[in-house]
Design a protein around this ligand. Structure first.
Ligand SMILES: Cc1cc2nc3c(=O)[nH]c(=O)nc-3n(C[C@H](O)[C@H](O)[C@H](O)COP(=O)(O)OP(=O)(O)OC[C@H]3O[C@@H](n4cnc5c(N)ncnc54)[C@H](O)[C@@H]3O)c2cc1C
Length: 456
């Protein structure tokens, strides 16, 4: 077993292929690359794919600190959803209705793009588009769900249906649910590893175990020496908090997951979750789950602490308190699982932008681009963002390059200790507000106070 296989259920299931590719070579350092991409997660690899589509003769080098899929792309919940971290009504307030409709339609399309690219490239990513259910069990969750449907229907942009308690998942005390068709279930590691292989077949060079230490116009420094590049794409999401020059662009916040052993068909029938369907609920502290292709629950949630100074460390991937809470929450939602064993526990950092708005940015003067700030919605969003970056760097004017995803600057997070205080207040306040609101059945003051800290 490689150390990488312990990073998630998904990487464990492809353990046999986690042999690192060779690091940066002398011959790579002698070349002047058209594009160097830093980070072999979804953003970096979708961008590379977009470049090979737009401009097949462009030389592309991908530099990865560990292995392709080491970051959030190999550890996530496998929701390829149309979600965007900024809510639709806020997008309208910021960008106007026309631009928002274009962005939302591009997100709906990104869910399908993942499936069609996987099949076009021959990747078995276990893609099934069976939609997503969000349960309402308490009075306050019910009110939130009804309001969500009303607002969504009033805006007329996104697809959301109301489901009565009798029509939805069999969770104790369920009062109803919303359902959207715009979500697919994927196996994240199979997708990212498959993308890396497909890119190599197209001539893209991927160097693993090749950490980048600094980048500037035309030059990328690594632990194995420097490379020259006409264009540089920085695609490190949560990890950019460790790169000089971009430390305060995204704040690393941990999301943690568990997976059960495979469950019997009878258990799934008693739960009512279809193959490929994902689920969440209307509490404030985000939870998310999917039924995997091998019939496990893969289930995750936020609530792990923020680490002072935006630190990222392997030990932060595990938090026994959060794992115990996740197992209890899953059992509370679906007691039908009985004494099913939890076989995998893992986590990883998300990238949170200061204003909770994902971005693609390309500076034509330095020819440095980056994309990210996806919060927990990066599976489909990185497909759209990666292809948009590809359009920008290959100078291809497409409908994507006019989306309000493309921005001229990135707002920065505050310096410490303010960043720590804000992030910690957001995490603790969310859990506290859930507890108060579940007891009283009414929106709490603390919930309203933390909304600006949590993107709510
Ligand atoms: C537990 C968890 C659950 C999630 N669930 C979902 C979900 O269900 N749906 C959803 O849409 N989103 C989800 N997300 C978020 C989603 O996974 C991410 O937004 C997305 O994968 C980000 O992709 P990325 O390529 O930008 O970043 P990453 O996948 O993190 O890739 C960045 C890469 O850069 C490399 N790197 C970093 N620094 C350097 C350096 N200096 N030099 C070279 N390489 C470097 C890293 O090793 C990494 O491989 C989840 C995230 C987590 C952690």
């Amino acid at each position: 077993m490689t150390r990488y296989s312990q990073l998630s259920l998904w990487l464990d299931q492809v353990a046999h292929e986690l042999v690192p590719r060779p690091p940066l070579q002398g011959v790579d350092r002698q070349k002047n690359w058209d594009v160097v991409i830093v980070g072999a997660g979804f953003t970096g690899l979708w961008a590379a794919l977009g470049i090979t589509e737009n401009s097949p003769n462009t030389s592309v080098l991908v530099l990865e600190k560990d292995i392709a899929g080491f970051g959030a792309s190999g550890r996530n919940g496998g929701w390829a959803s149309a979600l965007f971290p900024t809510e639709t009504h806020e997008l309208i307030a910021r960008h106007g209705r026309e631009a928002t409709v274009a962005l939302r339609e591009a997100m709906h399309d990104a869910v399908d793009q993942i499936g069609s690219w996987a099949s076009r490239l021959g990747i078995d990513a276990e893609y099934v588009k069976a939609g997503s259910t969000t349960l309402a069990r308490s009075e306050i969750e019910y009110a939130r769900a009804r309001e969500h449907v009303e607002h969504t229907h009033a805006l007329g942009i996104d697809h959301l249906e109301w489901r009565e308690a009798t029509q939805t998942l069999k969770s104790p005390g369920v009062r109803g649910a919303t359902w959207t068709p715009d979500c697919a279930r994927i196996h994240p590691a199979k997708l990212i590893r498959g993308l890396a292989r497909a890119l190599e077949e197209r001539g893209v060079v991927i160097r693993e175990s090749s950490e980048v230490t600094a980048l500037s116009a035309g030059k990328v420094d690594t632990i194995h020496g420097s490379v020259r590049a006409n264009t540089i794409i920085e695609a490190t999401e949560a990890y950019r908090s460790r790169l000089p020059g971009s430390r305060r662009i995204t704040l690393p916040l941990y999301s943690l997951m568990i997976a059960t052993e495979p469950l019997s068909d009878t258990t799934w029938e008693a739960i009512g979750l279809e193959p490929g369907e994902t689920f969440a609920d209307y509490r404030r502290l985000i939870i998310y789950g999917q039924r995997t292709a091998d019939n496990r629950f893969a289930f995750g949630g936020r609530g792990a602490p923020y680490h002072f100074g935006s630190r990222i460390a392997p030990r932060f991937d595990r938090n026994e308190h959060v794992f115990t809470r996740l197992a209890a929450t899953l059992k509370d939602l679906f007691p039908q699982i009985g004494s099913a064993q939890v076989t995998h526990r893992w986590g990883g950092p998300l990238g949170i932008p200061r204003d909770w708005h994902a971005r693609v940015h390309f500076d034509e003067r330095t020819r440095i681009g980056r994309a990210g700030g996806y919060v927990g919605d990066g599976v489909s969003l990185s497909q759209l963002a990666g292809f948009t970056l590809a359009d920008l760097v290959t100078d291809s004017k497409t409908p994507r390059t006019s989306l309000p995803l493309v921005a001229s600057h990135w707002p920065k997070w505050e310096a410490e200790p303010l960043r720590y205080l804000g992030a910690t207040a957001g995490i603790w306040g969310t859990a506290l507000a859930d507890g108060i609101e579940a007891r009283t059945g009414r929106p709490s003051l603390i919930g309203k106070m933390i909304d600006p800290l949590t993107g709510g």
